[in-house]
Design a protein around this ligand. Structure first.
Ligand SMILES: [Zn+2]
Length: 105
């Protein structure tokens, strides 16, 4: 049987993820830590600008579900070293931590 793509939920430090996150676009990616653009997400291990080591990768949602799944399959095949994280989850968690720090002040 062909392996299925299953999302696994994890409790994770969002600041730590953002420090090591590659944000993939159609052709290239940017470093979420320093916003460096034009990174080849198929092969770069670390950011040439801030030297952060990439451990996570994310991309903006595609409208087409089948397209999204095939993009994930390609990514997993090319970058077994990276953990794919859901962009909406990161956005949501960041919004939450921002709101949290407002309460802390
Ligand atoms: Zn960087």
């Amino acid at each position: 049987m062909k392996p299925a793509l299953i999302r696994i939920w994890n409790e994770i430090d969002v600041d730590e993820v953002k420090k090591h996150l590659l944000m993939a676009g159609e052709l290239s990616a940017n470093c979420e830590n320093c916003q460096q653009l034009g990174i080849d997400f198929a092969k770069e291990q670390a950011c040439s600008e801030c030297h952060t080591r990439f451990r996570y990768i994310s991309f903006r949602k595609k409208d087409n579900k089948a397209e999204e799944l095939s993009a994930i399959r390609r990514l997993k095949h090319k970058r077994p070293d990276l953990t794919i994280v859901d962009y909406e989850d990161i956005k949501h968690a960041c919004g939450k931590s921002k709101a949290q720090s407002l309460f802390d002040d």
